[in-house]
Write a protein that binds this ligand. Structure first.
Ligand SMILES: *C/C=C(C)/C=C/C=C(C)/C=C/C1=C(C)CCCC1(C)C
Length: 244
């Protein structure tokens, strides 16, 4: 209870980063309720995809609950919770790609490759952010940022030109074709917001332009776009398939 009260006392009116933590929490929560309820309305073969959409936003909602409290209490970036969240939700986004292309012949090995690439991307990013010597070494953040980007580029390539793209092209379902292309755009544009946030940390390339708290601003905005957006694209495919 005291945590709850003091959290509200400390929220300054101009704390725009804190604002996005609260909005982000509620948006993730509401999106989960939406996906879980709508699940009963779609054809059986899409139910699992919708469940995964709801799990992604629900896992995020729980972490946002903690992150907003952590941020208000400590006035610091909740990097640990952030990466726990991503380590769970990004692989689940890979599952969405797999489920969409499964009917066109996606193999489990595709899913594993995407998961390994995403975990690589996140572990390297975590080392880059959390084990930053003297809290601001540019060479440290650049090295680990570049290593992380290798994982990101692999997923990007797979979605645009690799296995996922090829399977979607072979799919005889126009909605899946279009949906996978839209998700590939999310990976290209929406996911690219994260490295921008990363570069705002002390020692990062953008640390002269933005404050360290802006790391969270970019991450919070990107999370809302990507997690809820991904889910809505999948939902669109499922609902569209019904009206066909
Ligand atoms: C729901 C959460 C998502 C979709 C998180 C995605 C995160 C990334 C695409 C992060 C990428 C990074 C780089 C490409 C380099 C710098 C370090 C990261 C981890 C911020």
């Amino acid at each position: 209870m005291t945590v709850f009260l003091s959290a509200f006392k400390e929220l300054a009116p101009n704390d725009y980063v804190g604002f996005t933590f609260f909005i982000g929490y509620m948006a993730m929560f509401a999106a989960s309720v939406f996906f879980f309820f709508e699940r009963s309305r779609v054809d059986d073969k899409w139910k699992l995809s919708l469940l995964v959409s709801g799990l992604i936003t629900m896992i995020a909602a729980v972490h946002y609950y903690y992150m907003r409290g952590y941020y208000l209490e400590n006035d610091a970036n909740p990097t640990f919770f952030r990466y726990v969240d991503w380590t769970l939700t990004v692989p689940l986004m890979c599952v969405e790609f797999y489920l969409l292309t499964k009917a066109a012949g996606a193999k489990l090995s595709l899913l594993w490759k995407l998961i390994v690439a995403s975990v690589w991307m996140l572990v390297a990013g975590y080392i880059g952010e959390s084990f930053n010597p003297e809290g601001g070494s540019t060479s440290h953040s650049v090295t680990w940022g570049v290593l992380s980007t290798i994982g990101y580029v692999y997923i990007l390539y797979t979605a645009w030109f690799g296995e996922v793209a090829k399977l979607a092209a072979d799919s005889n379902n126009e909605l899946v074709k279009k949906g996978v292309r839209t998700l590939a755009w999310f990976v290209l544009v929406g996911w690219a917001i994260y490295p921008i946030g990363y570069m705002c940390m002390p020692g990062g390339w953008l640390s002269g332009t933005f404050s360290p708290a802006d790391v969270d601003l970019f991450y919070n905005i990107a999370d809302a776009i990507n997690k809820i957006g991904f889910g809505l694209v999948v939902y669109g495919i499922a609902v569209g398939a019904k009206s066909e």
